[in-house]
Design a protein around this ligand. Structure first.
Ligand SMILES: [Zn+2]
Ligand SMILES: [Zn+2]
Length: 444
């Protein structure tokens, strides 16, 4: 790895919120590290030069929430295909949820994923261990052993932690390892049998709904438990305006709570389900325009700390079922950036600096992960994206094995041109739309 050629990223808009830098200039990486990231570097012997004119060059994106399905469902995704999809989407690192088969709830299982990720040689894959053994919600998994093997957080994502006592203990225990507990906020008796948001649309479609309160009850329960325990609770995939108010309440009181929003919850509403499209079925469900507006404002004002994909590939046949019976979830690694640029930045809700903060700096800082900065000597994880490039989403071109996306056929703006992990190029855009750029990018 250390014998790689240096790379000079020339003439892009270098945007590094961690150091308050936003200037047109060059970034030089060598030996897998950031050598320099400010001003003009000029010529450099034997460096590969990548022309970044018109692009934003930022610390690499980090997705704290994705499902890579291995072990157990390698027909749907593997760690390798997920890591390559991540690289194509501009993510230099992702965190894999533990709801695999078997569940990632012990040291050996954590080690397996790390080894598979190293072999994949694409984006970094960090491991999230389970909160409870087998995600059964009964007994805590051995956090210490999982952390020793490399786990960066714990979660029973896919399932709520029903027992408040278990969640309390998890927060206390996780605190001693300085890792967050990632919370899938869902009160199961209220959510039971629901397949979309509860409201006028669900009534019209005759589908059982999931009320906002199913999420919010767990949000406030676990904010209160974080206050009691001093542990760090990270609230996954927030979807309601009520949750935003509760997070604000917690943060105003100095409670150790952070939160993420997914691109789909800030770009689509429950109306999308009027056609019974199972590619718009996810958990938590798409909500109302009022919720979307509140979530966008919460990204802007800092109530929501980060943008995470909840990338959840499913087999085609499984999504072909009746709406109520189809599995939840959509793929997101390859559309997240464009959905956020198109719906948050281009509509004036946030600027690019905030986008990079939410997709890179905050995940690194709040989860204690490498990256998220161009500070001298930090890992050379870099995302180069063209904020103007518009492209049509064609799921058949995805590197993920999943095709389940509600954005198929849509034209979005913003795309990763080049993704660099540890000083090595792991993705270079080579679609028709980028041919001009590709031909301008010279080598040597
Ligand atoms: Zn979840
Ligand atoms: Zn999830």
């Amino acid at each position: 790895m250390s014998s790689q050629r240096p790379i000079l990223l020339r003439g892009g808009r270098v945007l590094d919120p961690s150091r308050n830098i936003d200037d047109v200039g060059d970034v030089l990486v060598s030996d897998g590290r950031i050598e320099s990231a400010s001003g003009r570097i000029g010529s450099h012997d034997d460096a590969e030069i990548i022309d970044c004119d018109g692009c934003i060059v930022s610390p690499g994106f980090i997705d704290v929430h994705c499902h890579l399905r291995e072990p157990g469902r390698e027909d749907v995704e593997t760690i390798a295909t997920g890591a390559r999809a991540a690289a194509a989407g501009g993510f230099t690192a992702v965190c894999a949820m533990p709801n695999t088969d078997p569940v990632t709830d012990n040291q050996a299982a954590v080690g397996f994923i790390i080894r598979q990720a190293q072999r994949a040689d694409a984006s970094r894959v960090h491991v999230i261990g389970a909160i409870s053994v087998g995600q059964m919600g009964e007994r805590l998994a051995e956090f210490g052993e999982m952390v020793a093997a490399g786990a960066v957080a714990v979660s029973d994502d896919g399932k709520p932690v029903v027992s408040a006592q278990l969640m309390r203990t998890a927060l206390e225990y996780a605190r001693s390892f300085s890792i967050p507990v990632i919370d899938h906020c869902e009160e199961p008796t209220l959510a039971l049998g629901g397949s979309m948001n509860e409201g006028i649309v669900s009534a019209r479609l005759g589908l059982k709904g999931i009320p906002s309160e199913a999420e919010e009850i767990m949000v406030i329960r676990d904010i209160l438990l974080a206050r009691r325990s001093g542990g760090h609770v990270h609230l996954a995939h927030m979807s309601t305006h009520g949750s935003v108010e509760l997070i604000r309440w917690g943060k105003d009181r100095g409670i150790n709570v952070t939160a993420e929003v997914c691109p789909h919850h800030v770009s689509l509403t429950e109306e999308r389900i009027l056609s019974y499209d199972t590619n718009a079925k996810m958990n938590p469900p798409l909500r109302t325009a009022k919720d979307v507006e509140a979530l966008r404002n919460a990204v802007k004002d800092g109530t929501i700390d980060m943008i995470a994909t909840d990338h959840a590939p499913h087999h085609y046949d499984e999504k072909e079922r009746e709406f109520a019976d189809a599995p939840n979830g959509i793929v997101g690694l390859e559309t997240a950036l464009a959905v956020a640029v198109t719906n948050l930045v281009k509509r004036g809700h946030i600027d690019f600096r905030t986008l990079v903060e939410k997709m890179s700096c905050a995940p690194a800082r709040l989860f204690g992960l490498p990256g998220g900065t161009f500070a001298h000597g930090s890992p050379a994880d870099v995302t180069v994206f063209d904020p103007q490039l518009s492209w049509r989403v064609d799921p058949s071109e995805f590197l993920t094995k999943g095709r389940n996306t509600p954005y198929a056929g849509m034209t979005l703006e913003g795309r990763a041109i080049c993704t660099i992990v540890g000083g090595k190029v792991v993705h270079r855009l080579a679609s028709d739309g980028a041919n001009a750029r590709q031909s301008r990018a010279s080598s040597g």
